[in-house]
Design a binder for this molecule. Structure first.
Ligand SMILES: Nc1ncnc2c1ncn2[C@@H]1O[C@H](COP(=O)(O)OP(=O)(O)OP(=O)(O)O)[C@@H](O)[C@H]1O
Ligand SMILES: [Mg+2]
Length: 496
């Protein structure tokens, strides 16, 4: 039987000043197939799939959709040819409702009037298909990151895409949501939709894909049949060396008796009566589902949202930070979950971003010590493996994962005593993930204290000394390291 290729990318090259993001890459995807696209941060995955929507115009190469050849796509052509992309950076309009986002640029009309009711009804149907509960009238900006991503998926389904491309769709989702997203993917595959799926989570690749294409440094490396391949081989092809997916040992880290952070009946921002203590040198993991109130909790500690009642004690003294600036000055850092919104200044260089919290410290009057500025930036580029030709590169020109590393570097440079990580390795490749874990251990050895929010069960159990679980804004359980157990955590996360 002749292979039914619905999409073929042939010899795609994309050059940016100083960077060849893609170098002669070819791949094809068949009807009813899930093709995984993998590679390290900066390998060129997002750039490649953006050529399919016209968001990136290749320097050379061609794109063939259902036998029709194009030198490059445009958003209009992509849509006409049944290509839908769910981007790594969300593309939604926060000020519009979920329903309006679904029909963005293509509203249902009754005569010349936009038929709000009909759109809401259709949206409800689309969400029901995905097995998710979203009120179509909710403003997308008010939804959690997880639900925002779900709206994006629903939108592609709504547009009847035949080629669905997803750039790390699972990254912001909890395991239960990932599960329903997988079901949707499998359903679409059975209906003949071709799917290109990008993810750094290899277990997903094995669970979902039929074939795997590996990219490294902008070049095509190999195509594998998923069921005939082995995870060690995948990692070796991606990173070009052997690597083990484990957690670094914490033997040299000592937890002291001193309480660094204590919350007493803290309420506000959707959370109720939260009590917790974190000791110096400890990693307290916060588990729970998307929407459990974990990000909301750390927003209060960090001063970006005010508490309504209860107490926050930092090193034994009551604090009431009214802004992140105040929290930072006290010695608290937050590496946020939604890095696009709160993390980096995209139009500013890597060097400036990393040094942002410490300019006061490395300046004399208005003169910046540029040598120290460069040293700090170089240190974190090296520690975090930030891939860039120069530290003067603007952050917006970096790959998704490398943008995240810059933000993490920035907060590490701040040299805070309590560092709150909200999903620190989301979108980070396997090699760099290990570097981040190692770095967390280094911070602990320096006497820092960590509050870690993670929806990845393995990461939460692998990195925490203790785990507290939240459900609907309340603490539902607390486990010591020797009590860690996936099922127990899952139960607590669902309020059982
Ligand atoms: N507009 C741009 N200007 C300059 N360089 C760019 C631009 N867009 C992308 N790049 C570079 O192209 C390379 C590939 O980036 P891309 O975003 O495709 O990587 P990726 O494989 O998706 O990585 P990640 O897993 O981190 O998302 C990176 O080195 C990136 O810095
Ligand atoms: Mg990417």
């Amino acid at each position: 039987m002749k292979d039914n290729y619905v999409l073929q990318l042939q010899n795609i090259t994309k050059e940016y000043p100083g960077v060849r993001a893609l170098n002669d890459v070819s791949l094809e995807v068949k009807e009813g197939e899930i093709l995984a696209l993998i590679g390290e941060n900066g390998a060129g995955k997002s750039t490649l799939i953006k050529t399919c929507s016209g968001a990136v115009i290749p320097t050379s190469g061609k794109i063939i959709v259902n036998g029709k050849e194009f030198a490059h796509m445009t958003p209009q052509l992509a849509k006409e040819n049944g290509i839908a992309i769910i981007y790594q950076e969300f593309n939604n309009v926060k000020g519009l409702s979920a329903a309006e986002n679904l029909f963005l640029g293509n509203p249902i009309r009754k005569g010349i009037i936009i038929d709000q009711k009909a759109m809401e009804k259709e949206a409800e149907k689309a969400f029901a298909q995905l097995n998710i509960k979203i009120d179509p009238k909710t403003l997308v900006g008010d939804l959690t990151v997880g639900y925002q991503q779900m709206v994006e998926i629903a939108k592609a389904i709504q547009q009847d895409a035949r080629i669905l491309i997803m750039d790390e769709p699972s990254a912001p989702l909890t395991s239960a949501e990932v599960e329903s997203m997988f079901k949707v993917c499998e359903l679409l595959r059975s209906k003949g939709v071709a799917i290109i799926y990008i993810s750094h989570r290899l277990e997903e690749i094995y669970r979902l894909s039929d074939r795997i294409v590996v990219l490294r440094d902008g070049s095509y490396v190999k195509t594998l049949i998923t069921k005939d391949s082995h995870v060690d081989e995948l990692i070796r092809l991606m990173v070009g060396r052997d690597l083990k997916e484990t957690y670094p040992s914490r033997e040299e880290c000592i937890v002291e008796d001193e309480i660094i952070l204590e919350l007493q009946n803290l309420s506000g921002n959707g959370d109720k009566d939260i009590n917790l203590k974190i000791r110096k040198g400890e990693v307290l993991g916060l588990g729970g589902l998307v929407g459990a109130g974990r990000t909301e909790l750390v927003e209060m500690i960090f001063g970006s949202v005010r508490k309504t009642s209860g107490k926050i004690l930092f090193k034994g003294k009551e604090i009431d930070p009214k802004s992140p600036r105040e929290a930072i000055d006290l010695g608290i850092a937050l590496v946020p979950e939604d890095r696009k919104r709160h993390g980096a200044l995209l139009g500013v260089s890597i060097k400036n971003n990393i040094n942002m919290p410490i300019y006061k410290r490395i300046s004399r009057g208005s003169v910046i010590d540029s040598r120290q500025e460069m040293d700090v930036a170089q240190k974190y580029q090296k520690d975090l493996l930030i891939k860039t030709p120069t530290l003067n590169q603007l952050v917006k020109n970096l790959s998704g994962g490398n943008q995240q590393k810059v933000i993490i570097g920035k907060w590490l440079a701040a040299n805070s005593e309590l560092i709150i990580f909200d999903e620190p390795t989301r979108g980070i490749d396997v090699g760099a993930k290990f570097e981040i874990y190692t770095l967390i251990n280094k911070l602990l050895q320096q006497g820092k204290t960590i509050l870690l929010i993670s929806s990845e069960m393995e990461e939460l159990m692998g990195m925490s000394d203790r785990i507290m679980v939240l459900y609907e804004g309340r603490v539902t359980g607390e486990l010591e390291r020797n009590e860690f157990d996936q099922n127990t955590i899952m139960r607590m996360s669902s309020g059982v």
